[in-house]
Write a new protein. Structure first.
Length: 91
């Protein structure tokens, strides 16, 4: 099988170049697997041997493996850098 000039990361289901990237936040509880491109900055949690592991991952980076294993990560908290403050002018 030949993959030609594709913007896809193998097995991720998401485009790497961000051309079709959604502008809204992913909901808390959203899940991704190791090796996929992170779709939302924040705190991500996984269970490994019944011990919770929590990491901070920025949007656009590759979701990490844990103990050399592919795991499912769940978004538990948004990154402070993603907090949007809307300024309103009082003129």
């Amino acid at each position: 099988m030949k993959i030609e000039g594709s913007a896809y990361h193998y097995g991720s289901g998401f485009t790497v170049d961000g051309a079709n990237e959604q502008k809204s936040r992913k909901p808390l509880g959203f899940s991704q697997y190791s090796g996929t491109v992170c779709q939302q900055s924040g705190q991500w949690r996984t269970l490994w041997n019944t011990v919770p592991q929590v990491v901070s991952i920025e949007k656009g980076t590759v979701m990490p493996y844990h103990a050399a294993q592919a795991v499912q990560w769940t978004l538990t908290e948004y990154s402070p850098s993603e907090t949007r403050i809307v300024k309103t002018s009082l003129e």
